[in-house]
Design a binder for this molecule. Structure first.
Ligand code: SF4
Ligand code: MG
Length: 329
């Protein structure tokens, strides 16, 4: 299938002068039409910043310092911000962790969703209202037409996230970016929301960029994963290959710390230590202070992200050894 989104050597700097640091460095990946890619990593790994860079939602103190982000043939980095914001309203949709940040408490959900159709598609009031009812129905909210008159606080957390998804997909985007879309929800509802996103993707053929720290959420949904650590991609490949035979010690640590799907406390309990402060990243391989496989070269030489066969890459000097280890129990 055709490449819809191509991120190439992206770097994002935060702060200025002595305070500056790179939150994202040399990040590259492609997303094909209809495909799902999951960016996995702890908070602070750069995965949300990558999404914000794509959507032109970086905070004021952040800037893209190098790289290209090509979406449907247009380089978003060189476009005026207003044009990117426009694309983000129509051809890309975004779902955030907390539905309340995306919904306005003082307007009914019908008003909020119908406004999208009025402003972006020029529908009249009545047509916009009908379109809103249709999309609210499509995300599985019962009795959609009547519920349009309700305010966000009158819905449960799960139903509110369905409304946010309705707004994100209302204009039939080609790309949906979901940043921790289920983290604020309880486990049963999490599964329902992921199923909804998957169904919508199947119906519409949109691509999905899923950002999460939760490996359990990803397993059934995604085609490929890219694991981020300290602002860089450290491993990427088809989800089954990466899960069954991680080639990077950090990924291996993540896998062995997956709790059962029912509980997700202490995701990283199996990896000692903390992710580095982005202003003082370790020399050589940034994972070396936490790595059970580290050897002297690791604190000196940064491993490049390199190909391991056709579809996988890993940034570890000893990836060939790591990938051959027994499966993570
Ligand atoms: Fe560990 Fe060295 Fe590989 Fe880094 S390069 S992940 S420190 S073995
Ligand atoms: Mg985040």
């Amino acid at each position: 299938a055709d490449t819809l989104l191509s991120v190439d050597s992206l770097a994002v700097r935060f702060g200025g002068n002595e305070d500056a640091f790179l939150a994202v460095e040399d990040v590259s990946f492609d997303l094909r039409a209809g495909e799902t890619l999951s960016l996995l990593g702890e908070s602070g790994s750069g995965k949300s910043v990558t999404a914000q860079a794509i959507m032109a939602l970086l905070p004021r103190n952040a800037a893209i310092t190098s790289g290209r982000i090509v979406f449907a043939g247009e380089d978003l980095v060189s476009l005026p911000r207003s044009r990117t914001r426009d694309l983000c309203g129509t051809r890309m949709g975004m779902v955030f962790q907390d539905p309340l940040t995306a919904l306005n408490p003082v307007f009914t959900v019908g008003d909020q969703i119908a406004e999208l159709f009025r402003v972006r598609q020029g529908l009249d009031r009545r047509a916009a209202w009908l379109a809103a009812a249709e999309v609210v129905d499509a995300v599985g909210i019962p009795d959609a037409r009547r519920r349009l008159d309700a305010y966000p606080h009158q819905f449960s957390g799960g139903m509110r996230q369905r409304l946010v998804i309705a707004m994100a997909i209302a204009l039939k985007p080609r790309l949906l970016i979901a940043d921790e879309p289920t983290t604020a929800l309880d486990v049963t509802v999490q599964a329902q929301i992921m199923e909804l996103i998957r169904d919508l993707q199947r119906e519409t053929g949109m691509s999905l960029l899923l950002i999460t720290h939760d490996l359990g959420v990803v397993a059934d949904v995604t085609d490929r994963v890219a694991v981020m650590y300290a602002g860089r991609i450290v491993e990427t490949g088809p989800v089954r290959d990466v899960y069954d035979n991680p080639a990077h010690p950090y990924t291996r640590g993540l896998m062995s710390s997956i709790p059962s799907l029912e509980e997700s406390p202490g995701l990283l309990a199996a990896i000692p230590g903390m992710p580095p402060n982005p202003k003082e990243r370790p020399s050589g391989c940034p994972f070396h202070p936490r790595c059970a496989f580290a050897r002297p070269v690791c604190s000196v030489e940064r491993p490049a992200l390199r190909a391991m066969g056709d579809r996988r890459k890993a940034a570890c000097h000893f990836a060939e050894e790591v990938v051959r280890l027994d499966p993570v129990s």
